[in-house]
Design a protein around this ligand. Sequence first.
Ligand code: 5GP
Ligand code: ZN
Length: 145
Amino acid sequence: MSNPGNHPTDGSCIFCKIVAGQIPCFKLLEDDMTIAFMDINPVNPGHALAVAKGHWPTVDVIPAEVLAAVAKTAQRVAKAVIGELKPHGVNLLQANGEGAGQSVPHLHIHIMPRRPNDGVALNWEYTPGDKAGIEAIYKRLKAVL
Ligand code: 5GP
Ligand code: ZN
């Protein structure tokens, strides 16, 4: 496939190559702004990715309407995963930056089916936070929103 929607692309990006049809994938669906395909390193069976067609690395730079389209695609895939594979649960995960574990700098949402005791390190025990500390950060964020 070429680039009929004139999305921004990056010639060195693996997901741009998948979007352009230069690298094969198990494509689940495609629309104007998004594509969804199976992850080649599945955390559990059914692990899939909802991906923007355009090359935007992270949540802070992608246009809101494209992010909304990726979320909608993730929901469609999640519904299929839940209905067909009946996993114990599903996490939607979207990483931004190396520190968050992002390995492909092209925005995508993981649709990650979960199995009991699968050892996926996404969940954590609750530890009550310090109210003053929460409030101080809250004030900084509120001031820029
Ligand atoms: P991230 O670490 O950026 O949140 O997620 C990137 C995901 O892309 C990983 O789960 C990885 O397995 C997947 N991935 C990397 N390269 C390819 C590829 O060439 N094809 C497919 N289908 N998935 C890929
Ligand atoms: Zn890209």
